[in-house]
Design a binder for this molecule. Structure first.
Ligand code: HEM
Length: 464
């Protein structure tokens, strides 16, 4: 009897679940929407999306084609994997396709952050950002700071086992702190770093503001960071000292600045710069170390390039713009690493009105996930796409191909591209000219093409 009851219960639960799924599908079966599935009410297909990652996209594309609907991260979403269409979406923000990043990200990064603003405000904030990372400022202010930082930070690694995943995160964070406010490794940078890591985790969480949640911690971290930067602004206003860093430029303390920003805008821009360059630069640096380790020929050529630079200089001479320009193979390694490891799978947009796209009707407020990852592995665009082959980028024209979207495209194309490349190149310069390295443990955790080592990728470093 108990057995029968159990079977009846299971059947009832199954019927209920399938009715719920069906009801949710019917709800979204408006005329004109693209094919696809919407999963469970409220949760949609978020679990499958997060668990399966790129495989979820591939499976859905095999079923429904390159333009399908889903419900992920709390919002009905259209996934576009069509290269031409993706380009159109990125180019046409003015036609009602604005950034569509999750609420937690917008709350924690601030309402003046670049991803939260559009139209003329976006143009202004982006202009202000571009003005402090211009090629001239990279040459005169930022590269010397990055060089000084890397030179000091990459010393005393000899004979040590290093968690390179953690180390590159630390390097990316501390290097940007030095460029922004001239802050060196000290107790302030330590507490700043802890708060910043909480902030990053908070932006990737569900927006539930209850004690103990990542969102709550992220939000508190934002408050602390806002306090730290506000204090810095106050201190600078009270003193005559100039610092030649990003903060001075944003405050308009160099006379040339034509952007007048409020304190709130300055603070959100500082957080934006730290946030946007953190995961991207650290993961690319870490993956470059991994790929170079696995491809000795590429490492040999890269090292040759950097040793040639050192030969032209005295031991303590810093890198200058000419050195950077001569790093052609290093640039190729960075592009190949970004392509193969696909640091950014895609970008999010949102419709501000009902619109027609690709022959379908997309309702107002729906998200569009411009999924660019698969382009990087298209054998028609990159021969032997799963092989790490930096030499393919020695043909400079590949960088400007319209399908190369590692740094995004259109009006939101990454403004920090050259700065990011400068940071990674300088890191690689001091790393390969000073050290050789071998991987210790964790190898079984490697998954191609992206390293997945939950406890970090460990390497043993010895002097070169
Ligand atoms: C390897 C390094 C980097 C990669 C792969 C990368 C990638 C990208 C991508 C794909 C976008 C487009 C986002 C979208 O369309 O919504 C973007 C935007 C952006 N990136 Fe980067 N990025 C890198 C480094 C940096 C650095 C160092 C900074 C620091 C200044 C930075 C600042 C930004 C900002 C502020 C935006 C938003 C631009 C806007 O909305 O107008 N990025 N980045």
């Amino acid at each position: 009897m108990a057995m029968l009851m159990a079977i009846v219960c299971v059947v009832l639960v199954l019927c209920f679940c399938s009715a719920l799924l069906r009801w949710n599908e019917v709800r979204y079966r408006k005329k004109g929407l693209p094919p696809g599935t919407m999963g469970w009410p409220v949760f949609g297909e978020t679990t499958e999306f997060l668990k399966q990652g790129p495989n979820f996209m591939k499976t859905q594309r095999a079923r429904y084609g390159s333009f399908f609907k889903s419900h992920i991260l709390g919002c009905p979403t259209i996934v576009s994997m069509d290269p031409e269409l993706n380009r159109y979406i990125l180019m046409n923000e003015a036609k009602g396709l604005v950034p569509g990043y999750p609420q937690s990200m917008l709350d924690i990064l601030g309402k003046c952050n670049i991803a939260a603003v559009h139209g003329s405000t976006h143009k202004y904030m982006r202009g202000a950002l571009l003005s402090i990372i211009s090629p001239t400022l990279i040459r005169d202010q930022l590269l010397p700071k990055i060089d000084e930082f890397m030179r000091a930070h990459l010393s005393n690694w000899d004979n040590k086992v290093i968690n390179i995943q953690e180390k590159t995160k630390e390097v990316a964070f501390l290097s940007s702190l030095k460029q922004i406010a001239g802050i060196e490794s000290c107790s302030l940078s330590d507490s700043f770093m802890t708060e910043f890591f909480n902030l990053v985790i908070g932006t990737l969480s569900l927006p539930i503001n209850l004690p103990g949640t990542n969102y709550h911690r992220g939000f508190q971290a934002r408050k602390t960071i806002v306090n730290i930067v506000s204090k810095l602004l106050e201190e600078r206003r009270a003193s005559q000292e100039t610092h030649h860093d990003m903060l001075d430029c944003l405050m308009g303390r160099d006379d040339e600045s034509r952007y007048k920003l409020s304190d709130e805008e300055i603070i959100d821009l500082v957080i934006t710069i730290m946030y946007s360059g953190y995961e991207t630069v650290s993961t690319t640096s870490m993956m470059a170390v991994k790929y170079l380790h696995d491809h000795p020929k590429a490492l040999e050529e890269l090292r040759r390039e950097h040793l040639a630079i050192r030969e032209r200089k005295k031991p303590d001479d810093p890198l200058d713009l000419n050195d950077l320009k001569s790093m052609r193979f290093t640039r190729a390694v960075i592009f190949e690493t970004s392509r193969l490891a696909t640091i950014v799978n895609g970008v999010l947009r949102k419709t501000t009105e009902d619109m027609e796209l690709n022959g379908y009707l997309i309702p107002k407020g729906w998200r569009i996930y411009v999924y660019t990852r698969e382009i990087n592995y298209d054998p028609f665009l990159y021969s032997d796409p799963l092989t790490f082959n930096p030499w393919r980028w020695m043909d400079k024209s590949l960088e400007s191909k319209h399908y190369f979207l590692v740094f995004g495209g259109g009006t939101r194309q990454c403004p920090g591209k050259e700065l990011g490349i400068t940071e990674i190149s300088t890191f690689l310069h001091y790393f390969v000219t000073r050290y050789r390295w071998e991987e210790v443990g964790g190898d079984k955790l490697m998954k191609f093409p992206r390293v997945q080592a939950p406890n970090g990728l460990h390497i043993r470093v010895t002097s070169y």
